[in-house]
Ligand binder design. Structure first.
Ligand code: NAP
Length: 307
């Protein structure tokens, strides 16, 4: 039987409408327009697309988007000076530095320099610590989007065995932190796997929910998935695939694929996210939500933790 498709694009639209309404209400009440500063250093083509998407999404939700495009030869000190300025600017509520940064810039030093109360990506050690203790200020955007996807599709996590492939600071580790918490929308038993995990398929086959974030095109195949499991594919890989042109001649086409072999796995799973149109649109959506929450926190009209 073919799996149910978890439509992240549609869900993102729904949540963005909710955010837009909340923004309008907040602006009407306080006169404060939530503002996100996005810093892009260098010419990475994928980053340019992500940044444009973030800018457009902000504007559509009624928020201010402040773009800072800097040349690739920007020094760590120059970038620190810009972040200092944005930290001190009370009209800015969120600061995001698009990763990866060009070689030569100290990424850790840059991320650590963002005021934690404006760190809407939730990468600052203070925010990671708060998440780990179950009292988050912000939730990291991709894991938060995945958690919302599970909640809104009424996929229970409590008592379930969730296997996460990948242990990055952006997806794998914070995803595990969210789902292992004692509380609502969590309470899962979590296993994290990585490139040194022995006999990976024997572990992935135990998963009730399998979350894959490894950056390896179509790596997870049907034989690695338990019948009826829910499969969340975070991967975004641009590959060339064989196809036929208009004259029925073989040709190569560029394609965006996930870390999961969608066609085989959808025959085993009970539900699955597509790529594109799954997790991706939710990541930007949660960034908007974090920026709105930051604006509320800075306005002094809500409690410290809004979760
Ligand atoms: P990353 O920093 O490159 O980390 C990859 C992780 O996968 C590492 O922990 C690595 O293990 C593990 N891994 C790699 N190959 C493996 C294998 N063959 N078997 C088991 N584990 C393996 O990646 P990331 O930043 O988390 O991103 C992962 C993917 O998600 C990428 O395709 C990225 O583009 C995508 N992504 C999508 C979104 C979205 O919004 N949709 C957001 C973020 C990332 P080691 O630690 O042992 O090296």
């Amino acid at each position: 039987m073919s799996a149910k498709i978890l439509d992240g694009k549609q869900l993102a639209e729904t949540i963005r409408t909710e955010i837009g309404n909340e923004v309008a209400e907040f602006v009407a009440k306080t006169g404060i327009k939530p503002a996100l500063a996005v810093i892009l250093v260098g010419e990475n083509p994928a980053s340019q697309v992500y940044v444009r998407n973030k800018e457009a999404a902000c504007c559509k939700a009624g928020m201010e988007s402040l773009m800072f495009r800097l040349p690739s030869e920007t020094s760590t000190n120059d970038l620190l000076a810009l972040i200092d300025k944005l930290n001190a600017d009370s009209s800015v509520h969120g600061i995001l530095v698009q990763l990866p940064l060009p070689k030569g810039i100290d990424e850790k030093q840059i991320l650590d320099s963002i005021d934690p109360s404006k760190d809407v990506d939730a990468f600052h050690p203070e925010n990671v610590g708060l998440i780990s203790q179950g009292r988050p200020r912000f939730l990291p955007c991709t894991p938060y989007g995945i958690q919302q996807l599970l909640v809104r599709y009424q996929i229970e996590t409590a008592g379930k065995h969730i296997v996460i492939l990948g242990r990055s600071d952006i997806v794998g580790k914070p995803m595990a932190l969210l789902l292992v918490q004692k509380g609502k929308d969590a309470n899962a038993t979590v296993t994290i796997c990585h490139s040194r995990t022995a006999d990976l398929p024997s572990i992935t086959r135990l998963a009730d929910i399998l979350i894959v974030a490894i950056g390896q095109a179509e790596f997870v195949t049907a034989d690695m998935v338990k019948e009826g499991a829910v499969v969340i594919d975070v991967g975004m890989n641009r590959i060339e695939k064989e196809s036929l042109d208009e004259h029925n001649q073989p040709c190569l086409v560029k394609k965006l694929v996930g870390d999961v072999d969608f066609n085989s796995v959808k025959e085993v799973a009970s539900a699955i996210t597509p790529v594109p149109g799954g997790v991706g649109p939710l990541t930007v959506t949660m960034l908007l939500l974090n920026t709105l929450r930051s604006a509320k926190q800075h306005s002094g009209k809500v409690n410290y933790s809004v979760f």
